[in-house]
Ligand binder design. Sequence first.
Ligand SMILES: [Zn+2]
Length: 396
Amino acid sequence: MRFQIITLSCATLFLAMPVFPYGALGHETVGAIADMKLAGTPTGAQVTKLLDGITLSRASVLADEIKGWDRLPKGKPKSVLLKDHPQLQEQLVAFWEANPPTKAKGSDAPTHKEFHYTDVPAVDGSTYVKGKLGTEPYDIVQMIPFCVRVLSGAEPETNQRKITKPIALILLAHYVGDIHQPLHVGNAYFSSAGNLVNPSKGGKSFPDHGGNGFNIILTDEKNSKSAAKGDSKSGAKSSGKKSSKSKGNNLHSFWDTEAVVEALDQVEKKIQSQPNSKGKSTDEEVIAWFANTEPTDWKPSAQSKPTDWAQAWANDILPMSTQAHERLEFSNVTIKNESAYGDATEKKMPDGISYTQWSGQRTEEELHKAGWRLAAIIEASLNAKNSEIKKPASNK
Ligand SMILES: [Zn+2]
């Protein structure tokens, strides 16, 4: 069902992986769930106005698509990503230029690729603590509230990062998807001997950059084929990271693509097993299932502000990041340029669930929560009272 272009009443979805291979299917699904939840609401009308009619599903992949501009020779005009929306295209270019892929010498200004992830150690009991190992001033947990502040008016649209209200929506549509992918939040660390370690216990350790350094080898052969490259968590840092023994898929890509395909297959099966099912389900039915069924444990706590939610979501997914590593056996680990590379082989687990099936179940839950949370954070941001969301003194 997913290798076609489909039309929803509220959104045109491009769920065709060959067109946008960088984890697009997951992002578009999250965006489409939010589109459907906001359709016909005052917030939905505000979104349509700010995005000049493009849907959140379409907007959700733009933060990855602009990575294509990073490879253009200097001065070469940027490809047009938003043909009939010149003002949005202009704002995207301004955002890219304000957060360029390569840092100027001595500059602590961020690059846009850093905004998609955080590298908190994926170990038992780990939580996101600003300033601690694996966090950065401009990581995903900081950038989501930045976008919330822009949308609420607490941060001026003339900010240094060039995040206007439309760009804030485009980025939120993407980052809320990314923060629900366990390897965009939790990171494995290895000792120089190549063993998985808890870096907070001391000793030198080396990160695997969200699984980008590891080939995943699955018992289930259908998923051990070489697959499309995923949404690289660490951008340039991940280049050249395939092990010399590369025969499988990159662990990060697996979670960006195969786990999403498996999750959507599982939803399709649920729809098909319903008594009134007509057999094969459409994309619209899959999205409607997500949008009309309330996920468990998705709601933010009543006292929290939308600027607090990204941190809560990161902490929510960290145990899954840990399990995503615990279900694998790491071997042939080498350390190169302060990063770990090697093979990650599926372990036989006492629960008898394969890695593919397990990751599909978890990804279904995460896509579901992400869609609902995206709609909720946009609604809360656009309707926040000035007193609710303030610009932190330390953040420019
Ligand atoms: Zn991303």
